[in-house]
Design a protein around this ligand. Structure first.
Ligand code: 13P
Length: 245
């Protein structure tokens, strides 16, 4: 399976950061994987322009579940598609915790993304407490079952396993722990989508760096990465991309 390496800039980046997209272009000309960058919404359209004709796609970090309406401050998937976004992240743990987004709300956003022709990256992951209580697999399974809409296919969806305790902390689960959760995710996908479930890309996210990327990419059912902090600088992000065998 062709790996997908995604860079989530979160709420970072002013216009000057667009230079990183251009630098990334230069560094990843012959990429053997799919690359997508998620700048803040203010930069999406300009990032699309800078990435034109390259191997880099651009996405947004969230969308609303409705096509249009009285939702002050929100942005629909159709609006994102219109400015050239091809992907959207839904259900990131930072949104699940800050905005109390429930699994059904995440599924509705993913369905809206698919209707607009976008590929959704649906995020799941347990907290430290849930892992310590031995509930990681149970929590991730339940989140996934509730967060993938009926219209999910291997072409319109990727899953990102991001343990909450590994995000921005420098902590990473052991290889065995990543393997166990990714296998459980694959199992749910096969239950829901049958054969097509074997083709959905499952990304790992949480403190991915150039130093640990190759080991993580070697884990069965790890089909790429969702990178936060280490995606902000093109040089660091391209080192992670280079770790794809
Ligand atoms: P870090 O790579 O900074 O840990 O962030 C991971 C993440 O949340 C990506 O969505």
């Amino acid at each position: 399976m062709r790996k997908l390496i995604a860079g989530n800039w979160k709420m970072n980046g002013l216009a000057s950061s667009l230079a990183e997209i251009e630098a990334l272009r230069g560094l990843t000309g012959e990429a053997t994987c799919d690359i997508v960058v998620f700048p803040p919404l203010t930069l999406v359209e300009k990032a699309v322009e800078r990435a034109l004709g390259s191997a880099i796609s651009v996405g947004a970090q969230d969308c609303h579940a409705e096509f249009a309406g009285a939702y002050t401050g929100d942005i629909s998937a159709a609006m994102l598609a219109e400015i050239g976004a091809r992907f959207v992240i839904v259900g990131h743990s930072e949104r699940r915790s800050s905005y109390l987004e429930a699994d059904c709300a995440v599924a509705a956003k993913a369905a809206a993304a698919h209707r607009a022709g976008l590929t959704s990256i649906i995020c799941v992951g347990e907290t430290r407490q849930q892992r310590d209580e031995g509930k990681a697999i149970e929590v991730v399974r339940a989140q996934l079952e509730g967060s993938i809409p009926d219209c999910t296919t291997s072409t319109n969806t990727a899953i990102a396993y991001e343990p909450v305790w590994a995000i921005g902390t420098g902590l990473v689960p052991s290889i065995a722990e990543i393997e166990e959760v990714h296998a459980a995710i694959r199992h749910v996908l096969e239950e829901r989508l049958k054969r097509d479930g074997t083709l959905v890309r499952i990304l790992y996210g949480g403190s991915v760096k150039a130093a640990n990327a190759a080991a993580i990419f070697g884990v069965p059912n790890v089909d790429g990465a969702l990178v936060g902090g280490a995606s902000l600088k093109a040089s660091e992000f391209s080192d992670i991309i280079s770790a794809v065998a």
